[in-house]
Design a protein around this ligand. Structure first.
Ligand code: ADP
Ligand code: MG
Ligand code: MG
Length: 211
């Protein structure tokens, strides 16, 4: 099974709905170790994306959808997360340029490109208590699933589960990047909001694929 532009648009719509549903949760997490705006930032960005989806041409490719998300998030989200997610979606678009359908391997490559974009932009390493701690296990799980010949939906399901575990695993960490890094040991016991939004977005991808 492979997934095309229709799935991609569905993913984006579901992402917007899930982010809206979890707006308060993300705000609460960010209030504990940041400035309390992550839910609002993400909701503003994905609401803007939603409003632009209808402008896409009927023959839009998955990469065109990802590019629209990227440019919209960059121009509307602000803060740390806007440029980071914007870069992620832009690099993801580059990884699947020209493709009509995405199989498991293409989806794993898409996720890896997104993660690499975030690392390139934000210079966080694993264990720094950022969204990278959700993305990196997700990318590794997706690759492992591809290695076992998993289909598109199963690759996304593996990525989503790993991202969720990665987000939970940020709780005991001290932050070394972003606002939470000013808190030192006071960040211990709190989940990173960006890791949590990453887990939500990847779960939405898997759900929409039926994985
Ligand atoms: P801001 O911190 O500017 O208010 P947000 O609250 O929207 O922006 O986003 C905060 C999230 O951004 C953090 O929870 C973390 O996951 C992520 N983040 C911050 N700095 C970095 C970085 N250098 N690399 C990766 N992710 C980062
Ligand atoms: Mg914030
Ligand atoms: Mg802020």
């Amino acid at each position: 099974m492979s997934l095309g532009a229709e799935w991609m648009i569905d993913w984006v719509r579901t992402s917007a709905a899930v982010i809206a549903d979890h707006r308060v949760e993300l705000i609460t997490l960010d209030r504990e170790i940041g400035d309390g705006d992550h839910g609002e930032n993400m909701d503003r960005g994905f609401s803007a994306v939603l409003a632009k989806l209808d402008d896409l041409p009927a023959d839009a490719l998955p990469a065109d959808v990802l590019k629209l998300v990227a440019t919209t998030l960059i121009s509307t989200v602000g803060g740390a997360a806007g440029p980071l997610y914007g870069t992620a979606y832009l690099k993801a678009a580059g990884a699947v340029a020209g493709r009509v359908e995405l199989d498991g391997g293409a989806l794993a490559a898409l996720l890896r490109a997104a993660r690499d974009g975030i690392v390139l932009r934000g210079k966080a390493e694993s264990g720094d208590k950022t969204m990278v701690d959700a993305w990196t296990p997700a990318v590794n799980a997706a690759d492992a699933a591809v290695g076992q010949d998993a289909g598109a939906a199963a690759v996304l399901a593996a990525a989503a589960a790993a991202a969720e575990q990665g987000a939970v695993a940020t709780e005991p960490l001290i932050a070394r990047k972003g606002r939470a890094s000013y808190l030192g040991e006071r960040a211990i016991g709190h989940r990173d909001p960006g890791a949590q939004s990453t887990a939500l977005l990847l779960r939405a991808a898997a759900d929409v694929a039926g994985g």
